[in-house]
Design a protein. Sequence first.
Length: 130
Amino acid sequence: MTGRYILIECDNDTEVSLLKMHVKKSAENRIIGEFIRPDTFCSCGNWTSENGQPAVTQTRIQKLGWRICTQCMKPIPVMDFLVNQIKPQDIEKPFTEKIQLPGKAPSELGFYCVGISLPSMHASAFKKQS
Ligand SMILES: [Zn+2]
């Protein structure tokens, strides 16, 4: 049976805890990812150099995946990747499938979401077209 993933955005930690408790009660669903998005952005405006390459005024916070401005230390608006906060070994009852390739020892594989691509978009992109 194929699996599906949904992505739900929560604005507060209480809602996250309630959703996690609800999912953990389920015998067939599991939480495989949790991502932290920023709630504010840098407004310095100098994150890209003249040749389009990342400027030295930005750096990445490896644990979160955020790219931040090194002047004000806030996330830059063009950041686009969030790192999964749940380590593979901390996923309860992960989906795995046994495979047997010709001439190879049996193996078992699962899926792990390293991170998600979540680029910022202008708010007009979320408006319904009439
Ligand atoms: Zn800044």
